[in-house]
Ligand binder design. Structure first.
Ligand SMILES: NC(=O)c1ccc[n+]([C@@H]2O[C@H](COP(=O)([O-])OP(=O)(O)OC[C@H]3O[C@@H](n4cnc5c(N)ncnc54)[C@H](O)[C@@H]3O)[C@@H](O)[C@H]2O)c1
Length: 402
């Protein structure tokens, strides 16, 4: 029976799915350090982690039986991806499971800022009745400018329009405008036209300092600003200056250039204490629903990989999905040099088997071929495939349909 070890309090749906697929699953609440992780992985086929467990080169080399790692989160920096690929360990994550959560928080914050509810709330908690319509606005009919029209930006576009906002967006790539949204030809154009600007760009290095004094100055007077993307994208000193001068009427910031590592750690920022500014501790994607979906999504990828060799959306292996029925299947992860597939197929033919279906993909130094054959795989063929000098990992699958 294959074994799965799930760390860091992963949503129970993951253990359920892996259990249904025939895994004996152990779940632990916390992370493990390197030595404990190596010990715990003895005999384990599949490891599930979140952001705290470091899957180092040492862990991967000491546990060659490990087939796959599921990162039940968005980021994969905690895993030595290159070593994992070199050891034939597939890594999967959940890049889209919290998209909706981020979008809902952005919508909520746009309304809260437009109504200046943060200041009303603070005043009332402090015992002051401050009932006034001054500076309070509906968002209906106002213009939202979305910078970065990817998964989050484009979904925000749809929900914002449903609330009656006019939507502009700017993306480096030529993106399909959803609904009545309008693409801007430049960031400058968006800043000059939008009344609320929200950042949803990705974390590429070139986006460091994307938004500073020049961009805030170019925004319309008394406009609103949100950043739920990456902390290093925004110059917080410049944002502070423009909030204090009144040029920016309010801001919501969920991500920071430096974020505390541990729960309960002290937090310092030049944005603390500013009027009509919402600060949240990188919780845009943190909902129970997102956690559940992450559990479902990543466990599904692990089940597909271990059951059929499918690597769709793997973050470190070539991505392959072979559909069809067959008596047997093998997946050959190999060094990406000329002639490996031809040699593997010749070996299949020499053992009297016909290739029913086959798909190959390459990624950098690795190639990955999944092959269906019409009869059971003889041990001599498997030994010959294993003995190919380019073989990194050979995996076999029994009779399968679909
Ligand atoms: N706050 C949170 O909890 C939270 C949760 C999930 C994601 N995020 C962050 O949100 C951001 C967006 O996530 P996503 O899934 O939509 O990513 P994505 O990759 O789908 O979309 C990013 C888009 O930004 C565009 N882009 C990149 N640089 C740009 C630039 N300089 N100007 C204009 N467009 C640019 C890209 O072309 C792409 O279309 C990421 O930075 C991600 O890390 C934050």
């Amino acid at each position: 029976m294959p074994r799965a070890l799930l760390l860091e309090n992963i949503d129970p749906v993951a253990a359920d799915l892996l259990g249904s697929a025939g895994f004996a699953t152990e779940s632990l609440r916390g992370a493990l350090d390197e030595a404990d992780l190596i010990a715990a992985l003895d005999g384990v086929d599949v490891l599930g982690i979140r952001s705290k467990t470091q899957v180092t080169a040492e862990v991967l080399r000491r546990r060659p039986g490990l087939a796959a790692v599921g990162a039940f989160c968005i980021g994969t920096n905690q895993i030595d991806l290159a070593t994992a690929a070199g050891c034939g360990v597939a890594v999967f994550n959940a890049p889209y499971s919290n998209t909706r959560s981020v979008v809902e928080m952005a919508i909520a914050e746009i309304i809260i800022l437009a109504r200046r509810l943060v200041d009303r709330d603070r005043a009332l908690h402090a015992g002051t009745w401050d009932k006034s319509a001054a500076g309070s606005h509906e968002i209906r009919g106002r213009t939202l400018g979305i910078v970065g029209y990817g998964n989050i930006g484009s979904q925000l576009s749809v929900l914002a329009e449903a609330l009656g906002m006019r939507v502009l967006f700017y993306d480096l790539e030529d993106k399909l405008a959803l609904g009545n949204a309008e693409a801007c030809g430049s960031l400058e154009e968006l800043l000059e036209r939008a009344e609320t600007v929200t950042l949803h760009v990705d974390g590429r290095a070139g986006n460091a300092g994307l938004f500073g004094a020049e961009q805030f100055a170019r925004m319309r007077r008394r406009s609103l600003f949100l950043n739920l993307s990456r902390g290093f994208v925004v110059d917080h000193e410049a944002l502070r200056d423009h909030v204090l001068s009144g040029h920016i009427a309010g801001a919501a910031v969920d991500v920071f250039p430096e974020e505390p590592r541990e729960q309960g750690d002290a937090f310092g920022s030049v944005l603390r204490g500013l009027p009509n500014v919402i600060l949240t501790p990188h919780v845009g994607g943190s909902t129970q629903e997102a956690q559940h979906d992450i559990g479902r999504f990543v466990a599904g990828k692990l089940v597909d990989y271990t059951g059929s060799g499918t690597t769709t959306l793997s973050v470190n292996l070539p991505t392959v999905a072979l559909h069809g029925s067959s008596a047997a299947r093998f997946a050959l992860l190999h060094r990406n040099v000329p002639g490996v597939l031809a040699r593997a197929d010749a070996l299949v033919g020499e053992h009297g088997l016909n290739v029913d279906g086959q798909v190959l993909a390459t990624r950098g130094e690795l190639g990955y071929a999944v092959t269906d054959v019409g009869a059971a795989l003889p041990p001599e063929l498997l030994a010959a495939l294993q003995a190919l000098p380019e073989t990194v990992r050979l995996t076999t699958f029994g009779h399968r349909t679909g």
